[in-house]
Design a protein around this ligand. Structure first.
Ligand SMILES: Cc1cc2nc3c(=O)[nH]c(=O)nc-3n(C[C@H](O)[C@H](O)[C@H](O)COP(=O)(O)OP(=O)(O)OC[C@H]3O[C@@H](n4cnc5c(N)ncnc54)[C@H](O)[C@@H]3O)c2cc1C
Length: 498
């Protein structure tokens, strides 16, 4: 069991407070070293604004954390980025700066570094007793069912190109750029399953497939996820590249840990890890920040002119007392726990069908399948792998799921992991070298109806103190890299504008 660091995180819940006697002056402080906080740091650094980034864990990365063993590096959370939409200028610039985009062709389409584009075979699905290529169900489907799946996908292609009465894309990334056309926003009032059941192409294969997709990106089942968000999954991405297909993904053995390393590198001198912020107190002279080092229990204090809080809202509430914000978060935000297992193993015996791929999904299962971290290595012979298995604990009552997860012993988790893997590898025990398990207690917020287009996110994004700015993916309502990037960038810009 390797984390997450619940002991340290729960210190805040238990009311433990750092008790600094002196406060060192710093221009700007960023609390939280996930992608949002790191991107904010990158922007401040580019603009030569002095800052300090405080992260509670022993390493930055947050949900994009990664690990390693003698076989390879592997992700503990976020593991890929899709091909970005071509008009996200700052994001494309970032990818270019980090060598992921290597230039542009004569049509101004980005040229991606081949080594980072997911190698063949990208995805496979175990369905009706066989591995098929791709994740959209097709093997063993009746012609009638296949036609229904095709109709749904065709509609998604139409929605990708659709704009609202305000001239904006109906579904865009970041979500804040999407159209506010009331006709389409109505979809945020119902669940994805309600919408699907109204369609002529509704069938159990689509129900299953879309449920996999919403659980995969949002940790939320089709039965709880907003229909607007469910459709956003399929229709918001319109990216094109010179040497990629639009459904290709960019990935590395360590997943988005690669991007964490890139972001960390340039600002490493401004990062303080093992720095748990327990209290934020705006005073006339600035903002006081109390920090506890959970390793040696030493308290430190900072006094800053501006502050970026890049922590999830349930934590922001505990470190900065603000009754109205706290009430909104409590009544509207529900955080899904996730289990991630990294299994170091020898090459297992494959059941016939499509070969071992980067993403390997079993139709209608509890897990979302496993990603093969060694897939992206350049070695010609790979005899050991790291399979990263993802299980969102996405049953309806997230709090009960979290409590159950907290109390479940490691042996039970191992049984569950094994049970999932044995669906496709009956003799998998003989391949296992080690299993490591990480439980994210509050991995991501559920985009239930009314969250993304209701009044809550707008209220929470507005700061009651002009010196304090917020940045976290949960303020977007969905947890994806691009949203974290723009959350961080916008908070830094607000900060730079004073
Ligand atoms: C299992 C899983 C898989 C995912 N897969 C993908 C994927 O493949 N692609 C994708 O785009 N997205 C994926 N995501 C979404 C991912 O959450 C986002 O892409 C992004 O990494 C979120 O960054 P963030 O900075 O907004 O939040 P976080 O990662 O939550 O960062 C918040 C940071 O604040 C720190 N912190 C909290 N409290 C304090 C405190 N009091 N003091 C100091 N520091 C504090 C935390 O330790 C953490 O580092 C996945 C998420 C999970 C959980």
């Amino acid at each position: 069991m390797v984390g997450a660091n619940s002991k340290v995180g729960h210190l805040i819940r238990e009311g433990v407070k750092a008790n600094p006697t002196t406060f060192t002056e710093v221009d700007t402080v960023i609390i939280g070293g996930g992608i949002s906080g790191l991107v904010a740091g990158r922007e401040l650094h580019k603009n030569q604004k002095p800052f300090l980034l405080l992260e509670l864990d022993k390493e930055v990365g947050g949900n994009a954390a990664f690990g390693s063993n003698k076989t390879s590096e592997y992700p503990w959370g976020a593991h890929y980025i899709p091909i970005p939409n071509n008009y996200l200028i700052e994001y494309l610039q970032f990818l270019e700066e980090e060598g992921i985009i290597q230039g542009y062709d004569e049509n101004q389409l980005p040229i991606y570094k081949e080594e980072y584009v997911c190698f063949d075979s990208q995805e496979r699905l175990f369905i009706n007793g066989k591995w098929q290529e791709g994740l959209v169900p097709k093997f063993g489907l009746l012609a009638e069912d296949e036609a229904k799946v095709a109709s749904f996908l065709k509609l998604m292609e139409v929605l990708k190109e659709k704009k609202g009465s305000d001239g904006k894309w109906i579904f865009d990334i970041p979500i804040a750029n999407s159209s506010k056309d009331e006709e389409w926003l109505k979809l945020d009032q119902i669940t994805m399953i309600e919408w699907l059941k109204q369609q002529p192409f509704f069938n159990s294969y689509l129900e299953n497939y879309i449920n996999y997709c919403t659980r995969d990106d949002f940790g939320t089942s089709i039965y709880e996820c907003s229909a607007w968000i469910g459709l956003h999954y399929f229709a918001a991405r319109k990216g094109k590249g010179a040497n990629v297909k639009s459904d290709d993904v960019i990935t590395w053995p360590e997943g988005n840990g690669f991007l964490v390393k890139k972001l960390r590198e340039k600002i490493k001198d401004q990062i303080r890890t093992n720095a748990l912020v327990t209290e934020v107190k705006p005073v006339e002279a600035g903002i006081k920040i109390a920090v506890l080092n959970p390793i040696n229990n030493v308290s430190t204090g900072f006094l800053c002119k501006q502050l970026i809080i890049a922590t999830p809202q349930f934590i922001t509430n505990r470190i900065w007392e603000h009754k109205e914000r706290a009430a909104l978060v409590k009544s509207h935000f529900e955080y899904v726990p996730w289990l991630v297992a990294n299994i170091n193993c020898s090459t297992p015996l494959e059941i016939s069908g499509a070969p071992l791929s980067w993403d390997n999904v079993c139709y209608s299962s509890l897990s979302l399948g496993y990603v093969n971290a060694t897939h992206q290595l350049l070695n010609q012979k790979i005899s050991e792998h790291n399979f990263t298995l993802y299980i969102p604990l996405s049953e309806k009552d997230a709090k009960a799921q979290r409590q159950k997860a907290y109390e479940t012993p490691i042996e039970k988790w191992k049984e569950l992991v094994l049970q999932e893997m044995k669906r496709v590898y009956p003799n998998f025990e003989s391949n296992i070298i080690s299993i490591e398990i990480l439980l994210w207690g509050h991995a991501m917020v559920k985009p239930k109806p009314g969250l993304v287009h209701g009044p809550v996110l707008d209220s929470l994004a507005k700061s009651p103190d002009p010196r304090i700015h917020f940045a976290h993916t949960d303020l977007a309502g969905i947890s994806i890299f691009e949203e974290a990037f723009y959350q961080g960038l916008n908070a830094a810009k607000n900060c730079l504008n004073g």
